[in-house]
Ligand binder design. Structure first.
Ligand SMILES: Nc1nc2c(ncn2[C@@H]2O[C@H](COP(=O)(O)OP(=O)(O)OP(=O)(O)O)[C@@H](O)[C@H]2O)c(=O)[nH]1
Ligand SMILES: [Zn+2]
Length: 235
């Protein structure tokens, strides 16, 4: 592998094909071969849009710029690992999380459906550091319900983008409202932001709560109070 001098670094061609690392002079072809999946998840978002060789190059530049030696043994595989990590963390960028809500069941149930404590790990778009926590999703069906796991799949996929927590919360609420024609939607997210705990202001334990209310949960105070009571209820 060659050393990348940050001062002479040039943007590589943006049309480097996925996994064809031999077009990038600083990339190790063997190290970016995809590992065979343990199982095939037909719901998994595509990672094909991520340009692994360019990420590898960039990570080498960063290592060099912070005073590290990207060619020392312990760091040799790091650029490829980081590239795969970003592919995984940002796998939701080019997918449509709403597709998980396409299959519905006809059911004459119009009371609250709530799935609480859906864990997620997303990336703060300001520092590219993780923010992790739980999402709670409630909706009022109008003749159709969705498989409960699909709500968690939506969270999982929306989370895999660089973003702010507010946008993530609203995106989930909009998807559920639109795809299920729900008459009410409540989404509450609570998360710890690494950019506030491990750097900067350094406040471990700080928690950020965001909510997005739609339909009856936005307009009717009683419905709103009922759903927030369920979300906050001790079990
Ligand atoms: N509203 C919102 N802000 C966020 C989120 N994630 C990170 N931030 C904030 O983004 C802000 C970026 O502020 P800047 O002043 O541009 O960057 P900075 O100098 O690194 O800020 P500090 O974190 O205060 O050191 C910080 O206040 C972060 O706490 C989020 O999901 N929502
Ligand atoms: Zn941040």
């Amino acid at each position: 592998m060659q050393n990348v001098d940050p001062r002479s670094y040039k943007e590589p061609s943006s049309n480097v094909p996925f996994l064809q690392s031999d077009s990038g002079a600083n990339c190790n072809a063997a190290s970016i071969s995809p590992e065979p999946p343990l199982f095939h998840d037909r719901n998994a978002p595509s990672r094909d849009h991520v340009d692994l060789p360019r990420i590898e190059q960039a990570v080498r530049v960063i290592l060099d710029a912070v005073g590290e030696d990207p060619d020392r043994e312990g760091l040799l595989e790091t650029p490829a690992r980081v590239a795969r990590m970003y592919a995984e963390m940002f796998a939701g960028l080019k997918s449509d999380p709403g597709r998980h809500l396409a299959k519905v069941f006809t059911e004459e149930y119009d009371e609250i459906v709530l799935v609480r404590d859906i864990s997620f790990c997303s990336m703060c778009e300001h520092h590219l550091l993780p923010f992790t926590g739980r999402a709670h999703i409630a909706y009022l069906p109008s003749g159709k319900v969705v498989g409960l796991s699909k709500l968690a799949r939506v969270v999982e996929e929306v989370a895999r983008r660089p973003q702010v927590q507010e946008r993530m919360t609203q995106t989930i609420a909009d998807l559920v409202e639109q795809r299920l024609s729900a008459t009410g939607v409540a989404v509450v997210c609570e998360a710890t932001h690494s950019c506030m705990t491990m750097r900067g202001v350094r406040k471990p334990g700080s928690l950020c709560l965001t909510s997005a209310m739609r339909g009856a949960f936005r307009d009717d105070p009683k419905s709103r109070a009922e759903v927030l009571g369920l979300i906050n209820r001790e079990v």
